[in-house]
Design a protein around this ligand. Sequence first.
Ligand SMILES: C[C@@](CO)(OP(=O)(O)O)[C@H](O)COP(=O)(O)OP(=O)(O)OC[C@H]1O[C@@H](n2ccc(N)nc2=O)[C@H](O)[C@@H]1O
Ligand SMILES: Nc1ncnc2c1ncn2[C@@H]1O[C@H](COP(=O)(O)OP(=O)(O)O)[C@@H](O)[C@H]1O
Length: 300
Amino acid sequence: MNSTLMTASTSYSGRQSAQVPCKINLHLGIHTQKNQRGYHKVDSLMVPVAIYDTVTVNDAPELTVTHDPTLCVIPERTTTWKAAVLLAHKLGISPDVSIDVHVHIPEKAGLGGSSADAAATLRLLAERWGVDSLDPLVVDVAKSVGADVPFFLDPRPSLMLGAGDTLEEAYTPTCDAPLVIVLPAEKGILTQAAYDQFDVAPEPPASYEALASLFTSGEKTVQQVADLLFNNLAPAAKILEPHVAEVEAWLKQQPGVLGAQVSGSGSSSFALCESQDAADAIADAAKAMGWRGYSTQCEL
Ligand SMILES: C[C@@](CO)(OP(=O)(O)O)[C@H](O)COP(=O)(O)OP(=O)(O)OC[C@H]1O[C@@H](n2ccc(N)nc2=O)[C@H](O)[C@@H]1O
Ligand SMILES: Nc1ncnc2c1ncn2[C@@H]1O[C@H](COP(=O)(O)OP(=O)(O)O)[C@@H](O)[C@H]1O
């Protein structure tokens, strides 16, 4: 699965398409300090998850953006639109393309769907307009679209520091771990609301060093990773949406779960599992509870 988990693109004449995965934060440490932009200092160890959106770019007389299924925001307010306009502006050209996003990644789930779409858009447009997709100019545009966007320009297990937008170290994945993601039925959580709630009652971040060392060593078990999960934005998510706490607690009690926690700002939670069968059974049990459940894998 390693090759498919990376953003894979196929070129046609005038039309390019790319699949982009979502993410979970194995470690999310929020600090109270903020940068000049007002963004919190964030330590984030993120890994790609095998649920994909597909972004397709084609020639067009002017910029258009569609999402299927439709989002609850107008096209001009999406990260996809913003990414195209900002990159074109930096390069001094007109973004005369249609961009169509086939959405599978759940919205407002803490899985980075909008960031993934923006990064795939940047990658495709950079290629089309003759710029390397990891050129500092493109990385800067990615940061300005959103803190998680730079991770998705080259989605690999990565330690992101700064505002969670600056690559510190990327790791070579050693395994695909069985994973289940569960979302309560309610509307998701807005990232900004979670950070605002964090500021009301900040919890101190833990150190990411032990988890980062495990990834650097190249020798790790899924259980070792599961034992080091951390997220101090989770209490804010649980206050904003009490069902988040219910889902996380339920996941921790399911057979075959090695470790579970809220993903990013919520509202989803994930569990690393001892087998794919266990992940399948938990996803089915979650659906029977009236929640959304996805049995999938993440790169470790
Ligand atoms: C929390 C995390 C964890 O990976 O993502 P999600 O779990 O929501 O997907 C990230 O930090 C989110 O990244 P992203 O979703 O790109 O956030 P952005 O659009 O850049 O910012 C949305 C809002 O979150 C707040 N924000 C974001 C990042 C940061 N380091 N400090 C902040 O305070 C700001 O209020 C900002 O206006
Ligand atoms: N291309 C996009 N894909 C998904 N959501 C988008 C996109 N552009 C903007 N949004 C909006 O951004 C908000 C948060 O997006 P999302 O990335 O799904 O949340 P999270 O950061 O919790 O994973 C939602 O309100 C969503 O409607």
